[in-house]
Ligand binder design. Sequence first.
Ligand code: AMP
Ligand code: MG
Length: 370
Amino acid sequence: MDTHDSIHTHILSNPSSNDLLVAARALQNGELVAIPTETVYGLGANGLDAEAMDKIYAAKGRPSDNPLILHVPSIDSIRPLVKAIPKTAYQLMETFWPGPLTITLPKSDLVPYRATGGLERVALRCPDHDICRQLLSLAGVPIAAPSANISGRPSPTTAQAVYEDMNGRILYIVDAGPCSIGVESTVVEVQEDAVIILRPGGITKEMLETVVSTVTYDKALSSDAKPKAPGMKYKHYAPDAPMTAFVGNAQDVAIAIDKYVHSLTRQQGEIVSHDFVHIAKACNVGYLLSKEVYEALQPTILTDVPVNCIHVYGHHGDAVSLAHDFYSALLSFNEAKVTHIIAEGVQPEGLGVAVMNRMEKASGGHIEYL
Ligand code: AMP
Ligand code: MG
């Protein structure tokens, strides 16, 4: 957008301690800096400065009632930001911080409503990423940082992907290589000795249950109930092309995809033939698959599909690899300008719950459990 073109965006690759100091100063001065974390890249601003946070909403085109997460370098640094730290919340922090767990707690007066979308609770997280924590310590203020993408688009897991969306809109991108996890943090609300998961993420329900006996999902995750996490109501993570996903054993998924691709060719008015080269050319599909399903389809419908339209994430059912590769695969399909995306999902268990929550949104609910 031309309105943002006055800012020149620098990528700080292999950031030295001096680079981090420069980035920290920019944050203190109310500028935007994209920061690496273990989940996805964040679009950082001083979390105590309402005007600085306004810039986040403007750069992303983010709805103003969608609250931000404040990032801190340690448990101790949240004390001025909250009214109190309940025992259960403290236990969770001690167990899972630094890590992909965001906890909402009643905010102190120090935290502007701009950080919380007008809510009384503030969301807090300590990232498991050395460079990020060094930067947070140098900045000396909590850093508000939603994912560093334009709202609605897939989240960036590399500095290059941040640059694609944010060039001309922010001052610095701190490049620390690809994010290790690849999907956003788990967001929880702590109530006495129970925990409600508002958004599934890198810390699973099973992991939380090792610390707290009662862990439930917010009703809004599986129904149309009003979500406690306002951001969950918005369209998210969407690739440019419509996406359809399949979950099941590898053989069933391969059969279903083969059938689906034939139906796509028919819809496009092409003569149905068993000439697979013809099929690949007729529909410009991006495929996100496990090794097993890729191997099953390689001799048939994947013959002659260009390499930039195929992304193989790992073995069948490997939620960790799928989480790691998911957003970057969607972005590479955008670049390849595919007209359809076919993805193989995983069972919604463990980290699979977080990945399938993103896949559900990215596909507009077009997931077939076989
Ligand atoms: P993002 O940083 O883009 O992944 O978005 C942060 C998300 O955290 C929001 O969209 C909400 O879903 C959630 N969140 C942040 N603050 C709160 C809060 N005070 N209460 C409930 N959910 C929150
Ligand atoms: Mg986001």
